[in-house]
Ligand binder design. Structure first.
Ligand code: F6R
Length: 603
């Protein structure tokens, strides 16, 4: 979490840094701050609250400078406050630091420094980095950064300014992302590409334990042996438009609307992993966090159906990493991650590799840690996803997973060429169906959502793969609307949770399987007879509520016909629109829900 940026060049640094922070605010928004050079040394300006607070403060000041670093915070150690905001300075004002990550041994380091007379100002783990830098700083930047890095345990991406070096600043990283952008007017560090896209699409990806020293006209790279590195610059294909709202009130709505295009591009670009021979494996484990995990739950049903593989498990990465999994070189571990930087998913990948399992990653961000470290990587072509709640990246993950399942099923001889071709055609038809839902059902979902803003609790139910998408619908709703929500397999409600159903509790029932339509309708009737109202969503919803005991209590939103295995791609669009409009009707900050951040780079 947290976003860092730095700039040195010929443009006025403050607006460049603030604009970059705006693009990084999705990573955390508890406070924001900048450090710049003024004639009398480094000046830090920082404020608790959204970036807008800092901007308001900066607008009352005149600052002339051509370099600086900035930070937007997702608080971990120390409450959101001015003093806990970044940048942090050493107590003699010689060093300013912005940090993304967590320093696990900060208490020990702090104690040691305090014994040597260093005064700490904040409760953060990050301040220890600034104090340590200042403690070791002898004019030699490389030596200082190497010494500091060797003493830090945990994860960090750092931007560091030194009081006597106004013509440069430095960066170093371990286990947190950092890119170096190079433009005609100057050079950048940033946690993520969108922060620099307005200026350049040429970036270097900094690896762990590499140091970058940035000057106005050049960037130098070193390893911890002080050897100069010859890194190659890469051209980012993401466009600037993709990081702008483009007239929509929120990035989330824009990203929901982009899905037909994203699906088309992802389907066209997925190259099934030809060199990965699935017949060498006897077990598949899918692991991820949050929505990516929900995509994995859906994928498990698809893999089971199309590949008839003997053992397919889906695990939360945060659990998998600590469970001493029974896996070996005959296990394929599939990791799913939009950011490619989620700490638990990275740890799960490393755990899998340590047991000789082979790893296949489905990732959106090019050059991210998971993309680089996994044995195989397939990219989703979702482009930058700015809204904290994932939509288009989730949809792109689904189609990649379907494609892999078809390829594996075919390779394993479980699908004939004809079946494989038909399934592929069904996948290719999805973007048009998604477009039809966006065109035809947005208003209906918006209208229904407007009746739900007073709901205290909303339940989502589904059976089989509809249950997987119920999980995602429920997560989407709660994270942006702050309405309590839970998802259940349709048959489970009556085993306890049904006691929570009261008059007018909303239950969203998902139904895309003819075979299970009667079953889910029985579940709907059970809750309707206890006072609930039901919103039925899915390709079966068009059949009407003829079995429902109380049709006033039942509303239906019919989705296009689709192979049930691929129906999550359609159901999720309706559920995203529903959640979006519930939150929009409540007037909430949809793109930046409270307490959340987009990349969860801490445990
Ligand atoms: C929810 C959401 C999160 C992410 C999760 C994993 O809308 O976005 O639950 O899915 O934090 O993130 P990635 O995919 O970056 O590993």
């Amino acid at each position: 979490m947290c976003g860092i940026i730095g700039y040195i060049g010929s443009e006025s640094a403050v607006p460049v840094i603030v604009a970059g922070l705006r693009k990084l605010e999705y990573r955390g928004y508890d406070s924001a701050g900048i450090a710049v050079y003024e004639q009398d040394g480094i000046k830090v300006i920082k404020r608790k609250g959204r970036l807008a607070e800092l901007e308001r403060h900066l607008s009352e000041m005149t600052i002339k400078c051509s370099s600086g670093i900035g930070h937007t915070r997702w608080a971990t150690h120390g409450e959101p406050s001015d003093v806990n905001s970044h940048p942090h300075m050493g107590s003699s004002n010689k060093v300013a630091v912005v940090h993304n990550g967590i320093i696990e041994n900060y208490k020990q380091l702090k104690e040691r420094l305090e014994k040597k007379g260093v005064d700490f100002a904040s409760q953060t783990d990050s301040e220890v980095i600034a104090q340590l830098c200042e403690y070791y700083y002898n004019g030699d930047v490389l030596e200082t950064l190497i010494k500091v890095s060797e003493r830090l345990e945990g994860s960090y991406a750092l931007g560091i300014m030194f009081h006597d070096k106004p013509d440069m600043f430095a960066a170093v990283k371990k286990d947190n992302p950092l890119i170096i952008g190079v433009s005609e007017h100057g050079n950048f560090i940033a946690s993520d590409v969108p922060a620099v896209l307005n200026h350049t699409n040429k970036v270097y990806y900094l690896n762990d334990k590499e140091i970058a020293v940035l000057y106005k006209e050049r960037v130098e790279f070193f390893n911890f042996d002080r050897e100069r590195l010859d890194k190659s610059v890469e051209t980012v294909t993401w466009s600037m438009d993709s990081a702008e709202k483009g007239g929509y009130p929120h990035f989330m709505l824009k990203e929901i609307m982009e899905q037909p295009k994203v699906l088309r591009e992802t389907i066209a670009s997925v190259k099934a992993v030809d060199n990965l021979d699935i017949s060498c494996y006897n077990k598949i484990v899918i692991t991820a966090c949050g929505s990516a995990y929900n995509a994995g739950v859906a994928a498990k049903y698809v893999f089971e159906s199309l590949c008839r593989f003997p053992s397919i498990e889906v695990e939360l990465a945060s659990e998998f990493r600590y469970k001493d999994a029974v896996i070996d070189e005959k296990t394929l571990v599939i990791l799913i991650s939009q950011s490619g930087e989620t700490a638990d998913t990275i740890a799960a990948m490393r755990e899998a590799k340590s047991k000789n399992a082979v790893t296949l990653a489905v990732v959106n961000v090019v050059g991210s840690a998971i993309a680089k470290e996994a044995d195989y990587c397939i990219y989703t072509a979702a482009g930058p996803e700015i809204a904290v709640a994932t939509t288009k990246a989730f949809s792109a993950q689904l189609v990649v997973l379907y494609t892999i399942a078809v390829a594996f099923g075919t390779k394993l001889g479980k699908l004939s060429d004809v079946e494989s071709k038909l399934l592929t055609e069904e996948i290719v038809a999805l973007p048009e169906k998604v477009a039809a839902i966006l065109d035809d059902l947005e208003y209906e979902l918006q209208k229904y959502a407007s009746t739900c803003i007073g709901c205290k609790s909303i339940f989502f139910i589904g059976r089989n793969i509809d249950y997987a998408i119920a999980l995602e619908g429920s997560l989407k709703l709660k994270e942006i609307s702050y309405i309590h929500s839970e998802a259940y397999a349709g048959g489970e409600l009556k085993h306890g949770t049904i006691s929570l159903i009261e008059d007018n509790t909303l239950v969203v029932a998902i139904s895309n399987s003819e075979r299970l339509y009667g079953k889910i309708m029985s579940n709907a009737e059970q809750v309707i007879s206890r006072g609930a109202k039901v919103l039925l969503i899915g390709s079966c919803a068009g059949q009407g509520g003829d079995n429902a005991q109380d049709s006033d209590k039942l509303s239906s939103i019919a989705l296009p016909e689709c192979n049930p295995l691929f129906s999550p791609s359609l159901s999720v669009i309706a559920l995203q629109l529903f959640s979006y409009y519930v939150a929009a009707n409540k007037g909430l900050d949809i793109d930046k829900p409270r307490n959340l951040a987009k990349s969860v780079t801490v445990e």
